[in-house]
Design a protein around this ligand. Structure first.
Ligand code: URA
Length: 341
């Protein structure tokens, strides 16, 4: 060819080894090879095939390589053959697969020039099947940092931060079934802290404590001693997420959730605590005594800050709805709590 003609001809587009194979499949390779581009080869690292030694460099025949002798094979990244491949034919992995960690680059690296294609193994150049399928993307997940124990996380939280922590809490399995975590509701600062067991269905729906039938009865009981949840009382539960089917909370759920209640007590500094029901009373007072033996007297809760908060135990409103005859005893408990202690 006249060298002047060749110089005047616009540079042909560059192709990478994979495109070259496709051209070959289409029978167009020779058209391309007559006008080999003059751009230099781009060197990329070579990875050996897993479980096999790296393929021996195959010098492409001069008819394929455009006449120039092949350089050492540096452009191909060789990956194991796909599972459906009948033989251990190495395939050319896209850069993203070869790297296995980073996301694919938005702009692919400049493809190798025609000369660099001399590094294609003969087994690929001579293959007769369809072009290899792109390798599946490999996603690498970062390891999550270890969770911070609840007691540690709440240590310095204020009420607002504590509420955010409760809402985001996943310290036990109850978070999986909840609609809302129920932090608590009421006056801040507060005179009384009322502590129930755990949210029920209505509380889980609305994200507020004691809003179902039990809640209506509780409001009426409080009103009977001149207290209201807006003005004098903060209401919460030992467990902040609803147990499925209102089952009893498990020891590990109590252990996971108790630091929230303890921090609420430390921050709200209530004058006294009214505990409703056996479960809440036993948990807060650290006893397995019956509710019958715990009610009717004043207990004291020692806080980490050195305070002694009077605690009065009474029946849970849900129990009173089932056993209205016990309301008279509950009334005695309320009067005890309302007395100057
Ligand atoms: N029962 C409880 O113990 N707490 C609630 O918030 C509602 C029902």
């Amino acid at each position: 060819m006249n060298p002047v003609d060749a110089a005047a001809r616009p540079a042909p587009p560059r192709i990478n080894p994979l495109q070259r194979i496709w051209l070959r499949e289409l029978g167009m390779e020779r058209l391309w090879l007559r006008t080999p581009p003059a751009a230099p080869a781009i060197k990329t690292p070579v990875a050996p095939a897993v479980g096999a030694s790296a393929p021996a460099p195959v010098a492409a025949p001069s008819a394929l390589s455009g006449g120039a002798p092949a350089a050492a094979p540096q452009s191909a990244v060789v990956a194991p053959a796909p599972a459906e491949s009948p033989s251990a034919v190495p395939t050319i992995a896209p850069p993203a697969q070869a790297a296995q960690v980073s996301a694919p680059a938005a702009t692919p690296a400049e493809p190798p020039s025609g000369r660099a294609s001399s590094a294609i193994p003969a087994s690929i150049l001579n293959r007769t099947g369809p072009p290899p399928r792109p390798a599946p993307k490999v996603e690498v997940q970062e390891e999550a940092p270890p969770p911070i124990p609840v007691a540690e996380a709440v240590k310095d939280a204020n009420l607002e931060q504590l509420a955010a922590q409760v809402v985001a809490c996943s310290a036990c399995g109850l978070c999986q079934g909840r609609r809302h975590a129920v932090v608590g509701q009421g006056a801040q600062p507060t005179r009384w802290l009322v502590v129930g067991e755990a949210p029920g269905e209505q509380e889980d729906r609305q994200g507020q404590p004691f809003v179902g039938r039990s809640g209506q009865l509780l409001d009426a009981m409080l009103a009977a001693v001149g207290m209201s949840r807006e003005r004098d009382v903060f209401i919460t539960n030992v467990i902040k997420c609803r147990p499925p089917g209102n089952r009893n909370p498990k020891p590990e759920e109590i252990a996971a959730c108790s630091p929230y209640l303890m921090r609420q007590i430390a921050l709200l500094k209530p004058e006294r605590i009214l505990v409703l029901g056996r479960f809440a009373a036993q948990t807060l007072l650290g006893t397995d005594a019956t509710i019958g033996s715990l009610r009717g007297r004043v207990h004291h809760l020692k806080t980490d800050e050195g305070a002694q908060i009077p605690v009065v135990v009474s029946y849970h409103p849900a129990y009173l709805l089932r056993s209205p005859s016990e309301k008279a005893r509950a009334w005695q408990d309320l009067k005890l709590a309302a007395r100057e202690l």
